[in-house]
Design a protein around this ligand. Structure first.
Ligand code: HEM
Length: 382
């Protein structure tokens, strides 16, 4: 989306609902889902990937941001009661649509994946022409995205009409509807329904895979660095004792957990090249002329492993580096400038509560003697 009026509208709503100060109101929800995660891990530890995806999806869902998540969650009961929708716990066709859309989205975000990125005229060649895979995939994506945008939105509207909608970003925006022509007004200016639909879809796409990947990095680091795991558990035990579970109130007293979360974001940034940006005007950087329209990618991983900032041991998982005076926070993990991730505070809160709760309750170890290799999946989200 170029930085136009539409983008500004999206951005303003996202910032209002996901800003730093809005987080306090979501923290009880995040704590609740972190406890559910613990009980699922207790019952089936080897399902930790599935459980964390579920927990993160549920957190995003319930902080009232997004009802699209319901497609990918197994929160069957909630949705049955809220919408009268019947989502199968496994192999649900709607889930498959959502997952396929996310998969295609990740693929398409990597510039240069398709020749059309370099030779834009290819977009005029019909999709039946040999080599036009990108067109067929784009068409498939369009169908999935349409379904993702429209169906949950219609479900929320129907639930509101029936008087049994839970509060959500979508319902809040719809409730503020004042105009008679079907468009929505937030009291300050007109917001159309397309905007609401697209915001809820964006939050799903942008929030779930990224946050989930960061939690996976945490699990991997804890297996590879048992001493760090132990140090974190000691802090939790000293601060919380044995009769409670970690909450956000404990956060100021848990400096080691806080720096461990920062190190997760630094050690393996889940978007190692961020998102592509485009130059709005000609520029000269370090003596190089870069023309307007050039696609530029920030080398986030390089910045977060820079010897000047983080020392010589950048490849080592070492949270204590952040305890030293003047070491920069891993901000580039969330991108740059005006497009910086609007979900970063939610992501940081989710990461904190999952890390603290899991380490307080469990030891994380590899099954058997095999340690995971340091292999990461390729793609925009790694
Ligand atoms: C650990 C988790 C996350 C990471 C590492 C992450 C990282 C990023 C990065 C690198 C960008 C590109 C910024 C740029 O263009 O320079 C971005 C954009 C974005 N993120 Fe996140 N993100 C995370 C979680 C979330 C969550 C939870 C949400 C929403 C609930 C979210 C919503 C967005 C949106 C909407 C954008 C596009 C912003 C725009 O173009 O104006 N992200 N994120």
């Amino acid at each position: 989306m170029p930085p136009n009026e539409t983008w500004r509208h999206h951005r303003a709503i996202l910032q209002q609902h996901l800003g730093k100060t809005s987080m306090v109101q979501h923290q009880i929800t995040l704590e609740k889902h972190s406890r559910t995660l613990l009980s699922l891990l207790f019952r089936k530890p080897l399902g930790f990937l599935e459980h964390t995806r579920h927990a993160i999806g549920a957190m995003i869902l319930e902080v009232n941001l997004n009802y699209i998540c319901f497609y990918t969650l197994t929160l069957t009961e909630i949705h049955k009661s809220t919408y009268g929708l019947s989502i199968q716990a496994e192999n649900d066709p709607n889930v498959a649509v959502a997952e396929r859309a996310v998969e295609l989205f990740g693929e398409m975000l990597v510039p240069g994946t398709y020749l059309v990125d370099i030779l834009p005229f290819l977009k005029y060649i019909p999709s039946w022409f040999p080599g036009m895979t990108f067109k067929r995939k784009a068409n498939e994506m369009k169908t999935h995205v349409k379904a993702l945008k429209n169906e949950p939105f219609a479900a929320v509207k129907a639930a509101m009409k029936a008087g049994n909608a839970s509060p959500s970003l979508v319902s809040t925006l719809l409730e503020s509807q004042v105009s008679t022509n079907g468009s929505v007004n937030n009291g300050e200016g007109e917001i159309d329904e397309e905007l609401i639909k697209s915001i809820s879809a964006i939050i799903y796409f942008a929030g779930i895979d990224t946050t989930e990947a960061a939690v996976q990095v945490f699990f991997m680091a804890m297996i590879l660095y048992p001493n760090i795991q132990k140090a974190a558990q000691e802090e939790l035990e000293n601060v919380i004792g044995s009769n409670s579970f970690p909450t956000f109130k404990d956060q100021p007293n848990l400096p080691y957990i806080n720096v461990l979360c920062k190190e997760v974001l630094r050690w393996h940034p889940v978007a190692p090249l961020g998102l592509p940006h485009v130059l709005k005007q000609d520029d000269i950087i370090g003596g190089y002329f870069i023309p307007k329209g050039t696609l530029v990618m920030g080398n986030t991983r390089y910045l977060l492993h820079s010897e000047d900032v983080y020392g010589l041991d950048g490849d080592v998982f070492n949270p204590e580096r952040f305890l030293k005076e003047g070491v920069k926070d891993p901000d580039p993990a969330f991108g740059y400038g005006r497009r910086v991730c609007p979900g970063r505070y939610l992501a940081e809160n989710v990461l904190f509560i999952i890390v603290a709760s899991v380490l307080y309750t469990f030891d994380i170890k590899a099954e058997g003697a095999n340690l995971p290799s340091l292999d990461f999946t390729p793609g925009f989200i790694s």
